[in-house]
Design a protein around this ligand. Structure first.
Ligand code: FES
Ligand code: FES
Length: 151
């Protein structure tokens, strides 16, 4: 039974060690902001942060995550950059269907923590693993630049 630190709170999880973090979040903890897309680390819908780095929750066994800091989209607004990213997403009307967007927000926040003023190339590289079927890439890039302009 792993104990996971998620959004600053410790959770003793009644799950086998090989259960992917995504299903612990969604099914056991009801943190349903993190989405299931491909289940194979290909689409980015399930992106969370582990120790501040973007990670694909669909392929992360929960038993490997004890003593790591996990942040989900429910907790990202607690950081200054996360709060600004969420605000920019609303101001710039980024989502269309919205399904990919929690993963996009997590990837964008991790990028801006690492590179406060990213170039278009930095953005394209950092966000290339987050697929959006609605094709909102132009707005995603604009929202990241909006946050960078305020930093
Ligand atoms: S659901 Fe995890 S990367 Fe697609
Ligand atoms: S906003 Fe619909 S998949 Fe990205």
């Amino acid at each position: 039974m792993p104990t996971l630190r998620i959004n600053g709170d410790a959770h003793a999880v009644d799950a086998p060690a090989d259960k992917p973090l995504l299903w612990v979040l969604r099914d056991d903890l009801r943190l349903t902001g993190t989405k299931y897309g491909c289940g194979r680390a290909l689409c980015g819908a399930c992106t969370v942060h582990v120790d501040g780095q973007p990670a694909r929750a669909c392929v992360l066994p929960c038993g490997t995550l004890e003593n790591r800091d996990i942040t989900t989209v429910e907790g990202i607004g607690a950081s200054e950059i996360g709060r600004r990213v969420q605000a920019a997403w609303v101001e710039m009307n980024v989502p269309q269907c919205g399904y990919c967007q929690s993963g996009q927000v997590m990837a964008a926040a991790a990028l801006l923590e690492r590179i406060p003023h990213p170039s278009d190339r930095d953005i394209d590289q950092a966000m290339s693993g987050n697929l959006c079927r609605c094709g909102m890439y132009t707005r995603i890039r604009a929202a990241i630049h909006r946050v960078a302009g305020d930093l």
